[in-house]
Write a protein that binds this ligand. Structure first.
Ligand SMILES: *Cc1c(COP(=O)(O)O)cnc(C)c1O
Length: 392
């Protein structure tokens, strides 16, 4: 029996939910590195396989360490169900494969993770699922893109790298009016700062690789939803196999224990960086929902409990000037990853968004001078000194 109490606060749930102690009464969560489970007799094996008796069978279906992670994340998102997956992309694929069929349609914001754009734009059409990409954050664009066969509306908020904030409650209404589900990729905020299900979304997607682990160690993902949708996602997962490894589940489970303090501290560091960048003469624009200058600052304040740790900014002088900042970094890591305690810096136009055409990049506002930092736990003063060297 696990001990959780639904009255507990987020911080307590993050530390305590989902643990079932073994006969050794261990204090830390056990890591069950096993692919299969043994039955006492043939009848028990038959009952477990048929589902007549609950219990573990095989780790493609369930594993107690993975179950503990699922229960803990479900509690944090306020979800009835959570299905863990091998990566964030596996979570998105499992959602689509479990809930959609050929002939159906997705409406997605253009500013979603690159691999998600590729999945929706180039792979799903081979299976008869079309996606309309909405370029602007305005809700009208989503309403106009809805078709009678639209099954899923998919957004990421705040978006990457320009931190555009989408109105989850309004988009849930638009999706539901059209008979569709709203899925929110909650990777940037995590449930510590934003709980989309409470705002009307039907599905929350996670790349646990990012802030849930928080220390850049393992890949993982999750789909959070109500029980009925969760059962559909689980049926796909147990058959198709992109399941989370117990080791990765254990690492991320421990990551969840510090999620709230990390998100608060990293948001505070990010705000300090955004304010400093906004005042810097070599920078023309800063994108951060926590700044009053951000176009959706009021919406972000309403919808999020903090502004997150992703800050983007335009350096005057385009690519040459932006690369000079990157090349002068000794502390910030030059890598596209985010969600780590170590601050990272990326030049989107030549890396994460390098494969899309220059026109498409310009249309989505990703200029040659744009840099994105994912702020970690180092002191802002040290990070500022590192950036100042290249900003000149
Ligand atoms: C990284 C990322 C993903 C994909 O997650 P993986 O764990 O790398 O598969 C999906 N969405 C967002 C917003 C991400 O940043």
């Amino acid at each position: 029996m696990s001990v959780e109490n639904p009255e507990w606060s987020f911080e307590t749930l993050a530390v305590r939910t989902g643990q079932e102690r073994s006969q050794f009464n261990e204090h830390s969560e056990a890591l069950y590195l096993t692919s299969s489970f043994v039955f006492r007799n043939a009848a028990e094996a038959a009952a477990r396989f048929s589902g007549a008796e609950p219990g573990n069978v095989y780790a493609r279906f369930t594993n107690p360490t993975v179950t503990a992670f699922q229960e803990r994340l479900a509690a944090l998102e306020g979800a009835e169900a959570c299905v863990a997956t091998a990566s964030g992309m596996a979570a998105i694929l499992a959602t689509v494969m479990a809930l959609m069929k050929a002939g159906e349609h997705i409406v997605a914001s253009r500013s979603i993770f690159g691999a998600t754009q590729q999945l929706f734009g180039t792979i799903l059409p081979r299976f008869g699922i079309e996606t309309s990409f909405v370029d602007q954050g305005a809700n009208d664009g989503f309403r106009a893109a809805m078709r009678p066969n639209t099954k899923l509306v998919f957004i990421e908020t705040p978006s990457n790298p320009l931190t555009e904030v989408f109105d989850i409650a309004a988009l849930a209404q638009i999706a539901h009016d059209g008979g569709a589900l709203l899925a929110v990729d909650n990777c940037f905020c995590t449930p510590a700062l934003q709980r989309p299900l409470q705002l009307g979304a039907d599905i929350v997607i996670h790349s646990a690789t990012k802030y849930l682990d928080g220390q850049g160690r393992v890949l993982g993902g999750a789909v959070c939803s109500n029980k009925a949708l969760g059962e559909e996602v689980f049926k796909f997962l147990r058959t198709a196999g992109p399941s989370l490894s117990p080791f990765n589940a254990w690492v991320i489970l421990k990551g969840l224990e510090t999620l709230s303090v990390r998100m608060q501290a990293q948001s505070a560091n990010a705000l300090a960086m955004a304010q400093w960048l906004e005042a810097h003469p070599a920078i023309s624009r800063v994108y951060y929902p926590g700044l009053p200058s951000h176009p959706q600052h009021a919406l972000a304040c309403r919808q999020q409990a903090g502004s997150g740790a992703i800050v983007s900014f335009d350096v005057k002088g385009a690519r040459e000037a932006a690369w000079r900042v990157v090349d002068n970094c000794r502390l910030l890591s030059i890598t596209a990853n985010l969600g780590d305690t170590k601050t990272t810096i990326t030049h989107p136009a030549s890396t994460t968004h390098g494969r899309i055409s220059a026109e498409a990049r310009a249309a989505s506002g990703i200029g040659e001078g744009l840099l994105r930092i994912a702020v970690g736990l180092e002191s802002p003063a040290d990070l500022q000194a590192d950036l100042a060297r290249g900003l000149g």
